[in-house]
Write a protein that binds this ligand. Structure first.
Ligand SMILES: [Ca+2]
Ligand SMILES: [Ca+2]
Length: 93
């Protein structure tokens, strides 16, 4: 689990499946994104129905062993300010 406030995401390093769950009814949608070792980002995936309902998620595309997905962030989108994210994300070896 990776938290940003009460919002959280999950990431399975074996299957590359992930989820994003917005648990704060604050008008700020939560999203998750990933970076590869070389800095390439995935697109930001939002919890589609925001607060309440279910979580959103998907499966990341395959990455080569020399350039794996190695960092994941959970953030929330706030207009006109820098989006706060979980502390430095979580980095995998
Ligand atoms: Ca929210
Ligand atoms: Ca939701």
């Amino acid at each position: 689990m990776i938290y940003q406030g009460a919002d959280y995401g999950t990431w399975n390093t074996a299957t590359h499946k992930f989820t994003i769950c917005d648990l704060e009814n604050d008008g700020h949608p939560a999203y998750i994104y990933f970076k590869k070792l070389n800095g390439t980002e995935s697109s930001h995936v939002f919890d589609a129905d925001s607060y309440g309902g279910g979580c959103s998620g998907g499966t990341l595309g395959a990455a080569s062993s020399s350039n794996p997905w190695n960092t994941v962030w959970v953030c929330e989108q706030i207009d006109f300010v820098t989006d706060p994210c979980g502390v430095d994300g979580v980095t995998y070896e």
